[in-house]
Design a binder for this molecule. Sequence first.
Ligand code: NAD
Ligand code: UDP
Length: 310
Amino acid sequence: MKKILVTGGAGFVGSHLCERLLKEGNEVICLDNFFTGSKKNVVHLLDNPYFELVRHDVTMPYFVEVDHIYNLACPASPIHYQYNPIKTIKTSVMGAINMLGLAKRINAKILQASTSEVYGDPNVHPQTESYWGNVNTWGPRSCYDEGKRSAETLFMDYNIQNKVDIKVIRIFNTYGPRMHPNDGRVVSNFIVQALQNKDITIYGDGQQTRSFQYVDDLLEGMIRMVNSRDGFTGPVNIGNPNEFTILELAEKVIEMTGSKSKIIFLPPSKDDPTRRQPDISLAKKELDWSPKIQLNEGLVKTIDFFREIV
Ligand code: NAD
Ligand code: UDP
């Protein structure tokens, strides 16, 4: 049994992670400021004596004795991270400093939830970890992208300078039950719109691509990364390499929900990456990991979840 701190544990990914770590027999402290996450996501865990929920903001120091830290605290959807950009970058940078400081002090292993956004609008396709990215320093996505890039720098420097045991993963678009219905991400938006027979809103011409990963595959990748060989720090891509255009996703969602929705095309979002697909050779080699759940199967589970709440 390990004692594990999950920051951002009441969010979409974090709540699934807390659940899984508890199931595997660990003690879990879930820390969250409830900006985009909610108690509802973890309420079913509150009866478990090995689960503890703490309201705290990672921009402030926090002290606890644990074996592992999963640092997930950060709003992930563009509308949420752009709501208060200064707070977003503070969360990534000060959150990383506070959690790395804690890891150093208590000698804990720490995983950082980085992102495919560090590649920006990539000139290399598919994206390998050795690609440095193409990111705007002051566009609407910069508070998130540059915050996560700075956090990666901090993680590597704490490892080199202070020997902190770090693990960095770059997560590609992930979906599944418990996504916030209004968080504006494409999978939740399209499913909610389709279930309500409302117009499906494509930003731009729909030819931009994303590679969608089901949340359970991500959890497996995260846990394998924390348990990977000593000295392997990453960064490592964790994503599903099957790439779809946004138009293909819209058509698929309409078909799978039996919706009467029409597709409409709205102006493109500024700095929207045109292509995104992970090269997962490193994850295969180091973690013996590859995603198991393909889009159709994952969408069925996600549509079922949204049918319940919409
Ligand atoms: P989410 O918004 O559902 O979860 C983030 C959680 O962090 C929320 O519970 C929120 O309340 C909490 N939080 C935000 N700021 C905080 C702060 N200052 N202090 C404490 N808690 C704070 O998003 P998610 O999809 O679950 O993403 C989890 C992590 O994975 C994020 O770090 C995100 O950047 C990363 N990630 C996610 C994806 C994806 O597609 N879901 C892709 C790449 C990276
Ligand atoms: N998108 C869209 N309609 C929506 C929401 C998103 O066309 O209602 C597009 C968005 O412009 C982007 C892609 O879907 O090209 C993925 O967007 P999301 O916000 O889910 O993730 P990210 O851009 O961070 O990868």
